[in-house]
Structures are given as structure tokens and as C-alpha cells.
Design a protein around this ligand. Structure first.
Ligand code: BGP
Length: 484
């Protein structure tokens, strides 16, 4: 068995439209829920996130990293980096400004035409996300968004427009980004209900409709462009038990099942596992599934499986009588969330927090992730996001000495290499991010990029500067990972 990365391995970087493009209302673009959210966050919604506290200083999607205007310079930098693939998303609202317009917005399509053609010219594989948190406000207002079955039709129409238009030019599609993270956040779903039972019912209905939409789009892709490969992208972090007490082992297992494993089953086997349906029923969150929907779920199977990994998580048993206020307070916080009688998430007592951002860094967790996911889906795997979000310092001579980021990326790529040696068919890896973008939680206060974008929460000249990690990653790509 080959112990190295395959020669055609996709060494890539990633971004997403609303976080990098800016030009939020140019050339006919409509507003998305991600735009609206990044421009005015409800501080009660995500109390643990810094974005809620920075008031007027939020860096939002109006300008972001101005990639819409600087794409040519950015792609030149990608070429210099030697990228084999670039993962980015298309903004639904550039193609159909309200989500369901009769006419395609040709100017929006033209932007991605230019970008995709240039990437292909340079031999950089475009890996395109169809929907990355940015549901159109138009159809949200019109019929309530994902809670309404019409969203499935509108999403499929938008996806088909892309498959037809970019046929032969885009070979890797990603249907949606982190559905499991998206459904935690009311602002991404347009949920405003205050009644908790109603709100949670809606959340699970939106989740289901998104699965149906995903499967439908996959089947459409297979029909329109049989050469293209398509997959959804999941947020994945393995959950370790706090210790070897049986109730904590079961709690960690249930956390994995209810937040992630069931998802792989829905995507790859086209059915919800019985434990998941029981959980919905026990809580009064269940919804009807029609025969037609069953068939759609069965018919739209991905060609590979994609996931994002930043760090692992840890869980213990959660008593039934934990206070409802606590459950509510931490419901969107993946590091603290709890399900009474099932599990609650805690800091892993075996991993020290990383001083720059308090993350519990865990490269071994990535190897565990590859094994867990592969054992469940038996499909080629693509890692679509991996990176370190911290503040960087631009020196007087315009350098960024981000050795901490290099350490992070290096240890994770080494872990991935071990997964390859374990025999797992890994087809690609994407650093989050190619260049600094607005973080979903902290604007420009923290950065992930290999390229520094000179702006802060208030703005700046938007000049690009290569960080030390840029030069380091270029060597990794050149050596196809043999130097690690
Ligand atoms: C992932 C998202 C990305 C990105 C990343 C970093 O969940 O897919 O869009 O934002 O997380 O998170 P943050 O921006 O909150 O630091």
C-alpha cells in the first residue's frame, strides 16, 4: 500500500463567499441571512461569542476582505502558493438575488465565471460550496425559509443552475457547509420563535428539509454532470468521554451519535437511525416524512465525504434535573452544550488550553476523525477546513511571523498522513483560510489566513501580505507532504 499522499492529492485552501467577498450589494446581489447576521447580531443569541460584544466595531460582510474586487491579485497569490485546489462558496444571492427570481442575475454568474476560468487555467481545482450559511433573505421573508418545503425546490433550482452552467469546469461540488453547525444557530435559519418547544420543532424540521434538499441536489448533479463529484460538508470533532466511567462513555457515544453519526447515516444510507427518531419523539420534535422524501433521501448519495476539523471535544453524563436556564444558555456553544439525561460538553481535562485562543488543540483527534468517519461511510474523504484562529501581528517591515500557525498545521497534516498510512483514501486537505476573512464569531479580531489582509474591525487599506505560514505551506505542497 502506498504510504504517501497520492500524486493528485488536492492541497488546498478554503474561504466562503460572505466572509471574503465584500461587495454585499453590488452587481445585483441580494442580502442573505449571513449578511444580516454579520451586520447586526442579536447579543442574546450567542452570549459566549465575542462578536456580540463589539458593538459598532464588527467587521461585517459589506467589505469583508474585498475579494470581489481583488480576486485577480488573490488568484495570483494562490498560483504562487502552488495550490492544487481552492475551496470557495458561491453566494446564492448573487445568482438569484431573492433566492427564487425568474431571471438569473448574469452579473453574479459572470464573477464566478472569471474566477473559475482563471483557477482552471492555473491548474487549481475549484472545489465549490453551493451554500455556506448564506440563505437568501428574500425567500426567508416570503415563506419562512427552510421550514417551508418550497425551500427544497428553490435550492435545487439554484443548484441545477450551477451544475448546468459550470458543467465540465467544476469537478468537485460541496452541497452545503456544516449543516450540523448551521442548525444550532437561529440566525442562520431565520428562527425567531421564543417558545422553546416551537423553536426546537422548527429547528428539526429545517434540518430535515435541508437533508432532503441536499439529497435532491446530489441526484440532480449526478444527472446533469455525471463526471462531477459531490458531497456535503460536516463539522466534525470526535467526542471523548471525560473518563472511563460507563455512564460517561455512553454520554460521549450519544453525543457523537446525535450530533454527527446520524448525519453520516442520513447522507450515505438515506435514512435516520432509530435512536435519532426516538430522541425526536421523546422530545416532541418529530416531523412527518413522506414516502417521496424517503425516496429522495435514498436516491441522493454522495460520491465522497467532506468534513471540517479544528479540535476535539469532551463529554460526561448530564443529570436529568440540570437547570433549564443552563441548557438554554449554552445551547449554541459546542464546548458547553448539554442534553439533560444524555450528555454535557466540558473542557477536556487532559489537554491544556492553547494560550493564544484557549482552544484545546488535538492533532490526534484529526486521525480519530478520519477513522471514525471512514468506518461509517466507506467513501473517499476530503478535509475542507483546518486552521488556527488567533490575532496576528504585522511587523513594521510587513512580515507576519506566525510560527504558532505553522505548528498547528504541521501537526495536523502529520496526523492526516498517519490516516493515509492507515489506508484511508484521503483526497484533499484545505487550510482555513487562504487569506484573512471575517470570522463568524469575532470579525477580524482573529485571523486564520496564510495571507494577511490589512484591515481591522474598522477598516484598513486591505493590502495583502504573505505570512510565514504561506512560505511553509508552499514547501509542503511542492514536496507533496514528503518533508513532514
Ligand atoms: C467553520 C465555518 C467557517 C469558519 C470557521 C471558523 O465552522 O465553516 O465559515 O468561520 O468555522 O470559525 P470562526 O469564524 O467562528 O472562528
Amino acid at each position: 500500500m502506498n504510504q504517501e499522499f497520492p500524486e493528485n492529492f488536492l492541497w488546498g485552501c478554503a474561504t466562503s463567499a460572505f466572509q471574503v467577498e465584500g461587495a454585499y450589494n453590488e452587481d445585483g446581489k441580494g442580502l442573505s441571512l449571513a449578511d444580516v447576521r454579520s451586520m447586526s447580531v442579536d447579543p442574546t443569541e450567542e452570549p459566549t461569542k465575542a462578536l456580540a460584544n463589539v458593538g459598532d466595531e464588527i467587521a461585517d460582510s459589506k467589505i469583508a476582505s474585498d475579494h470581489y474586487h481583488s480576486w485577480e491579485e488573490d488568484v495570483e497569490l494562490m498560483k504562487e502558493l502552488g495550490l492544487k485546489s481552492y475551496r470557495f462558496s458561491i453566494a446564492w444571492t448573487r445568482i438569484y438575488p431573492n433566492g427564487d427570481d425568474e431571471q438569473i442575475n448574469e452579473k453574479g454568474l459572470a464573477f464566478y465565471d472569471k474566477l473559475i476560468d482563471r483557477l482552471n487555467k492555473y491548474g487549481i481545482e475549484p472545489v465549490v460550496t453551493i451554500y455556506h450559511f448564506d440563505f437568501p433573505c428574500g425567500i426567508q421573508k416570503k415563506y419562512g425559509g427552510w421550514r417551508n418545503k418550497q425551500s427544497i425546490e428553490d435550492f435545487n433550482r439554484y443548484a441545477c443552475t450551477l451544475f448546468e452552467h459550470f458543467k465540465g469546469r467544476v469537478r468537485y461540488w460541496l452541497v452545503n457547509n456544516e449543516q450540523n453547525a448551521m442548525i444550532r444557530r437561529d440566525s442562520y435559519l431565520g428562527i425567531e420563535e421564543k417558545d422553546i418547544l416551537k423553536r426546537e420543532r422548527l429547528r428539526h424540521l429545517c434540518n430535515h428539509n435541508m437533508y432532503v434538499a441536499c439529497a435532491k441536489a446530489i441526484a440532480s448533479c449526478h444527472q446533469i454532470d455525471p463526471e462531477a463529484k459531490i458531497a456535503p460538508v460536516m463539522a466534525y470533532s470526535p467526542t471523548y468521554p471525560k473518563d472511563s466511567k460507563p455512564e460517561n462513555i455512553l454520554a460521549a457515544k450519544k453525543s457523537e451519535d446525535l450530533y454527527r453519526n446520524y448525519m453520516i447515516d442520513v447522507h450515505c444510507r438515506g435514512e435516520y437511525p432509530a435512536y435519532y427518531l426516538r430522541w425526536l419523539r421523546d422530545n416532541g420534535w418529530d416531523f412527518p416524512i413522506s414516502d417521496e422524501e424517503h425516496e429522495i433521501l435514498k436516491a441522493g448519495k454522495p460520491d465522497f465525504y467532506a468534513f471540517n476539523y479544528y479540535r476535539s471535544s469532551c463529554a460526561e453524563y448530564c443529570p436529568e434535573d440540570v437547570s433549564p436556564e443552563l441548557v438554554e444558555r449554552y445551547r449554541v456553544d459546542a464546548k458547553r452544550r448539554m442534553l439533560p439525561g444524555i450528555c454535557r460538553h466540558i473542557d477536556n481535562p487532559n489537554i491544556e488550553p492553547f494560550p493564544m485562543n484557549q482552544w484545546r488543540l488535538d492533532p490526534i483527534g484529526l486521525r480519530v476523525a478520519f477513522r471514525n468517519i471512514y468506518e461509517r461511510c466507506h467513501l473517499p474523504l476530503m478535509l475542507c477546513e483546518n486552521g488556527l484562529g488567533v490575532p496576528d501581528i504585522l511587523t513594521n517591515d510587513f512580515k507576519i511571523h506566525d510560527d504558532y500557525r505553522i505548528d498547528y498545521l504541521k501537526s495536523h497534516i502529520i496526523a492526516m498522513k498517519e490516516a493515509v498510512k492507515d489506508g484511508i483514501p484521503v483526497i484533499g486537505y484545505h487550510v482555513w483560510t487562504f487569506m484573512d476573512v471575517i470570522s463568524t464569531s469575532e470579525g477580524f479580531k482573529k485571523r486564520y489566513g496564510l495571507v494577511y489582509v490589512n484591515r481591522d474591525e474598522k477598516g484598513g487599506d486591505l493590502n495583502r501580505y504573505k505570512k510565514d505560514s504561506f512560505n511553509w505551506y508552499r514547501e509542503v505542497i511542492k514536496e507533496n507532504g514528503r518533508n513532514l
